[in-house]
Design a protein around this ligand. Structure first.
Ligand SMILES: [Ca+2]
Length: 146
């Protein structure tokens, strides 16, 4: 029956078009998981997330407890001297400093942020080169003994 054949032919075309569309969608999805963005993906679940622009816009980077120095490339995702806002999860603090310092504690203008969402003050805006994230003692998991 010619009508049936025509329907099947059209159905075949539709399948082919859908297959092409979904494979390019899949390729797009795979691009989203490109390794250059792996850290970014993980950063979303980090207790502290810093942002390039005020109000949590622009490039961002997540940090877990520890100290991070721009001069060691540890702020490369967001960029040195760019941070303008940050989010701090409950039970954590983030200390931002203008300079890395020599003693692992940061130097210059420093400011500590508790849980919540913050825009960085003018004093420290686009200046941060050192970040220290701490879990507050009451909620901190006990460090493993070596
Ligand atoms: Ca900025």
């Amino acid at each position: 029956m010619p009508t049936i054949h025509r329907v099947i032919f059209i159905a075949d075309i539709l399948v082919a078009v859908l297959a092409t569309a979904s494979s390019s969608a899949f390729a797009q999805e795979r691009d989203d998981f490109d390794c250059s963005k792996c850290d970014d993906g993980r950063s979303v679940s980090a207790p502290v997330i810093v942002y390039e622009h005020p109000d949590f816009q622009g490039r961002h980077q997540g940090f877990r407890p520890g100290s991070y120095r721009a001069d060691r490339g540890q702020l490369d995702e967001v960029g040195n001297d760019t941070i303008s806002s940050l989010k701090v999860a409950d039970g954590y603090t983030a200390r931002l400093c203008q300079h890395e310092g020599d003693d692992g504690r940061g130097a210059g203008v420093c400011q500590t942020f508790g849980p919540g969402q913050h825009n960085v003050s003018d004093e420290l805006n686009d200046e941060t080169s050192f970040i220290e994230v701490k879990a507050r003692a009451a909620r901190a998991p006990r460090p493993k003994r070596r």
